[in-house]
Design a binder for this molecule. Structure first.
Ligand code: 5AD
Ligand code: SF4
Length: 579
């Protein structure tokens, strides 16, 4: 009987990809995944440390599991990702319920650790004393031993995490290479990592500490992965890296172990003479080269985009490749973080507001061509309330937002992260209510700009990639009224609910955290209408588009690209009709 595993992902797209790789690795080994945490024997959290709030959510979930584990001693709890890397043994001490800690640099080792933990917990559960139904009746010492026994055997693995990060990158590469490419895992769209880690050390950010130094994957591996995904029906690929435009692979310094080219650090290596000869004339693959190769060599990929771009060192060579390549999306997510030069300097961003805006102008010159239906859309990130931020700095950020005209911008309140330079050296001196007000002001301003950007698109017909039935407001008018069985597709995944789990007519239910409402209607003559569902899709510029279509068409619509004529803007999304 395969062990049921529940895996929950917090944070960014990089974490989503890591979770996907972990899932495919564990599935191959016979584990079965369940969306129901209560039914799982293994609960894994893939965590994020970028802001304190993300960590708090995990702490509270772990607290809940500690209570459950007293009753279910065979339960295995694992913390993966950035919190595991950042907190290390402190996390094990604070939360004895945790059996396994695996940082992002050691995810390939998860199966061994998990197997060990499962065995340990099972044998403990077998020997465990009978637990009284009332938790209060259990002596504290027994509670502790029931929950944390077996943990120390795994603790050693956490202590070598950081020291082995560089070596781990090699076997991590195997994890990316061995990903499953079954069509049901992708629904037409997939992430592909091109770079791990980050070398920028922005003063507020934990990523360089939790994900380690920048390591670029060999272009052959990336291309191979794109081809395999395309063969499995994927038509949209998003390349991932913390600073994608810094991608650079120096072939002359590449080393091959057992036929696998090793990923390399983002710095010039001393060339190995022999290999240099072997790669003569083909020394470096830049980001522009990589984009062009994927575009030209994998034409089945109809949409290629990448996140996140760093505002510095974004060359015209990249812009030129995007301009010449019809299947590369004209979308850039390029965080500014602040519109004040003083703040940018304190954040160690390495550019000025003027240089940032010069880059956006350059990008627009190359890529903004609404006359041929190829507008450039931009997205940004801003941090409000960084130490020392004055009203003047805040006003400067508003000016930047007006000039940048992002289609959307993620706005974050500064969250001091232990271990970062800002945490160590700068007092978190902007009061929370000021952060909140500035955050709200920027959100309101950005909403206005998003509306304007959206309105410019009304009346156009755009190609959209259909992701699934709208998560927020899935409307189903069901022909199957009264059958008690409703089929829904959520975010590209299908869920069939019957009996107890089927929503009431017109009622609401929750599947994997998405709230779905159904409307089961007949016409005035009592005949039932075909099911109409609201679908969610994305434009080439990453704008969200909703449109209605018969639910029965879901199988061929989801994962395909279709023409939609845009009718209106509401909030951050557009509404359209099939053209
Ligand atoms: N506090 C608030 N926001 C942060 N980000 C990164 N670190 C912090 C922090 N300590 C934001 C940045 C980054 C995004 C992924 O998260 O805007 O671009
Ligand atoms: Fe963090 Fe800066 Fe690297 Fe982005 S570029 S991951 S903000 S250190």
């Amino acid at each position: 009987m395969p062990l049921p595993v529940y895996l929950e992902t917090f944070g960014c797209q990089m974490n989503e990809l890591d979770s996907e790789l972990v899932t495919s690795q564990l599935r191959t080994l016979g584990y079965r995944f369940t969306p129901d945490a209560d039914a799982a024997q293994v609960v894994l959290f893939n965590t994020c440390s970028v802001r304190e709030l993300a960590e708090q959510k995990v702490w509270s979930r772990l607290g809940e599991l500690a209570i459950r584990k007293v009753r279910q001693p065979a339960l295995v709890v694992g913390v993966l990702g950035c919190m595991a890397e950042r907190e290390g043994e402190a996390l094990l001490k604070r939360m004895p319920v945790v059996d396994i800690l695996v940082g992002p640099g050691e995810l390939d080792k998860l199966p061994g650790l998990l197997d060990n933990a499962v065995r340990t917990r099972l044998s403990l559960a077998h020997d465990a004393p009978v637990v009284p139904a009332e938790l209060e009746q259990i002596p504290t010492a027994l509670k502790k031993s029931l929950v944390s026994a077996g943990q120390s055997a795994l603790q050693g693995n956490t202590t070598r995490r950081s020291s082995t990060l560089a070596a781990a990158a090699d076997s991590l590469e195997m994890l990316d290479l061995s990903r499953a490419t079954a069509p049901e895992d992708h629904h037409g769209s997939a992430y592909v990592r091109i770079t791990r880690g980050c070398n920028k050390f922005c003063t507020y950010c934990v990523v360089p500490y939790t994900r380690g130094a920048e390591v670029h994957r060999p272009p052959e591996h990336i291309l191979d992965e794109c081809k395999r995904l395309a063969d499995a029906g994927v038509i949209e690929i998003t390349l991932l890296g913390q600073t994608v435009n810094h991608y650079r692979f120096e072939h002359a310094s590449a080393v091959s172990i057992n036929g696998i080219v090793q990923p390399q650090k983002g710095r010039i290596y001393k060339a190995n003479e022999e290999l240099a000869d072997a790669y003569a004339g083909e020394r470096v693959t830049t980001f522009a080269d990589l984009l062009k190769r994927i575009h030209d060599e994998v034409p089945a990929i109809k949409r290629l985009r990448f996140v996140t771009s760093y505002p510095r060192s974004f060359g015209n060579d990249v812009l030129q490749v995007i301009r010449e390549s019809p299947r590369i999306c004209r979308y850039l997510h390029v965080p500014a973080q602040s519109g004040s030069n003083r703040m940018l300097q304190a954040m160690n961003r390495g550019y000025t507001v003027e240089q940032y805006l010069e880059f956006l102008d350059r990008a627009r010159q190359f890529l903004h061509q609404p006359e041929i239906n190829r507008p450039l859309t931009l997205a940004g990130d801003i941090i409000v309330g960084f130490p020392g931020e004055t009203e003047e700095d805040h006003e400067a950020t508003k000016t930047l937002l007006r000039k940048a005209r992002y289609k959307n911008c993620f706005i974050f309140k500064y969250s001091p992260r232990p271990g970062t330079t800002a945490y160590d050296k700068l007092a978190d001196d902007v009061p929370d209510e000021v952060k909140r007000r500035r955050n709200n002001e920027l959100l309101a301003l950005q909403q206005q700009i998003s509306d304007e950007v959206g309105k410019e698109i009304i009346g156009r017909t755009l190609q959209v990639f259909v992701q699934g039935i709208s998560k927020r407001q899935a409307k189903v008018k069901s022909r199957a009224a009264g059958s008690g069985k409703v089929a829904l597709t959520i975010g590209g995944r299908s869920a069939e609910m019957a009996g107890d789990h089927a929503p009431e007519q017109g009622g609401a239910c929750s599947v994997n955290g998405s709230h779905i409402t159904t409307e089961i209607a007949g016409d005035e003559n009592g005949r039932n209408q075909p099911e109409i569902a609201q679908f969610e899709a994305r434009t080439d510029g990453d704008l969200i588009v909703h449109f209605d279509a018969p639910a029965a068409e879901s199988d061929h619509l989801v994962g395909s690209i279709i023409d939609i004529s845009i009718q209106s803007v509401n909030g951050l999304s557009l509404t359209g009709r099939r053209a």
